[in-house]
Design a protein around this ligand. Structure first.
Ligand SMILES: Nc1nc2c(ncn2[C@@H]2O[C@H](COP(=O)(O)OP(=O)(O)OP(=O)(O)O)[C@@H](O)[C@H]2O)c(=O)[nH]1
Ligand SMILES: [Mg+2]
Length: 385
């Protein structure tokens, strides 16, 4: 590609020179003041694509040219996405409405795109929304009855981000376990050596329920303790909360070596990216997930999206602080209806009609980025039949 620098006393002279040397349809890439007047970067039309790297590097101000090209590309992409959005909305309003419903409810754009692409043809607006609801219900991985693992027994550790509700949920699970197995068959272990008062918090619940409480300040102590509790039907371990990015979260994975199964406790009232991190870090290899703080989550769509994407079985939901009342077996229909209803809330974060083309532009860029960087959208297995 011939990108050339033209310096002239004024823009008119520079343009005349550009036309003379590069032709009438030359493209001006940038202009800026120059000690001698003005400096223009221009290229012959049709030479914009795929420049040989060597040439560009030789040209003066090459990094500026590249930046300018990047900016132009972004502008063009947004414009095209805006047009495409308008055209799609006119051509396929039902499909667009499906995407809008999902976005509004806090589901991610990858799921919205995947489902919109699989929407059966010929449905009217109401039928499309019914289809969407059914597909979401079918794909939400809930454990429908009282979780089998609680009845079967074993050793379970609750892992998750700080303050996600691990200790409170453990107390609720312990209360259910006492009902199932009797207090003598249940033991609690406080393995949170980081937070002051962690064991004390658990001992209050242990006293109330009449179950034994043990403290394991490190992995070695836990390894020693577990064989002593082998006769118990159920052992519940309370672990320290860490941010998903904290390297100490690996301590949770070390539990696997001790035969302890992990339950990921994830608060539904966080922003989507935080839920995604928590599900990646704590959900991987966990037997199940427990979603907490649903009472504080006006739009739980992001949490449900994460469960669908990670195929993380949802064993319980928690919608309040009361022990043991606020722990429930999940119902997919209820959860999806709650999420879709959340999408109708008027919040400052809801997109207005005029925001959609802009949003579509950003989305198109992200899709392009994922395509070129080979990021899978993560929903290949969604059952949309
Ligand atoms: N609203 C609401 N609050 C909850 C729920 N579950 C737990 N909480 C509250 O959230 C706060 C933190 O709960 P904890 O159980 O201490 O959380 P944690 O994960 O053990 O916290 P760390 O041990 O510090 O990581 C407490 O005030 C709980 O009462 C819930 O489902 N809804
Ligand atoms: Mg705790």
């Amino acid at each position: 590609m011939s990108v050339q620098v033209f310096v002239a006393a004024n823009a008119r002279d520079a343009l005349a020179r550009i036309r003379r040397e590069l032709g009438d349809d030359a493209v001006v890439l940038s202009t800026r003041p120059h000690p001698q007047g003005v400096e223009l970067l221009a290229s012959a039309y049709g030479a914009l694509a795929a420049p040989p790297a060597g040439e560009i590097q030789d040209a003066a101000g090459s990094s500026r040219i590249l930046a300018e090209l990047g900016r132009l590309r972004g502008m063009l992409q947004n414009q095209l996405a805006g047009f495409a959005w308008g055209a799609t909305r006119r051509r396929d309003p039902v499909r667009v409405a499906v995407m809008q419903t999902l976005f509004a409810a806090g589901f991610g754009s990858a799921l919205a795109r995947t489902l919109a692409a699989r929407l059966p043809r010929g449905l009217d607006a109401d039928a499309a929304q019914r289809w969407l609801r059914q597909v979401l219900i079918r794909n939400l991985p809930v454990q429908p009855r009282e979780s089998g693992w609680l009845a079967q027994g074993g050793c379970f550790a609750l892992v998750g981000s700080t303050g996600s509700g691990k200790t409170t949920t453990l107390a609720k699970l312990a209360a259910r376990s006492v009902e199932l197995h009797g207090a003598g068959q249940v033991a609690l272990i406080a393995a949170d050596a980081y937070r002051i008062g962690a064991a004390a918090q658990l001992s209050v619940y242990a006293d109330l329920l009449g179950v034994s409480l043990h403290v394991a300040e490190d992995q070695a102590k836990l390894a020693q303790l577990l064989p002593q509790l082998a006769a118990k039907k159920l052992v519940l371990i309370d672990t320290a909360g860490f941010a998903p990015s904290d390297p100490r979260t690996r301590e949770g994975h070390a539990l696997d070596a001790l035969g302890v199964r992990r339950l990921a406790v994830i608060a539904a009232n966080q922003q989507g990216a935080a839920i995604e991190q928590a599900m990646t870090r704590f959900g991987e290899g966990a037997v199940a997930c427990i979603l907490t703080k649903l009472d504080e989550a006006p739009q739980p769509g992001a949490a449900l999206d994460g469960l669908i994407r990670h195929r993380l079985p949802l064993a319980y939901i928690s919608g309040g602080q009361r022990v043991p009342e606020d722990l429930h077996v999940p119902n997919a229909t209820y959860l999806i209806d709650r999420a879709l209803k959340g999408g109708q809330l008027a919040t400052p974060y809801a997109l207005d009609a005029e925001d959609w083309p802009l949003f579509a532009g950003v989305d198109a860029e992200r899709a392009e980025h994922q395509r070129t960087h080979k990021h899978p959208d993560g929903y290949k297995g969604v059952n949309a039949g």
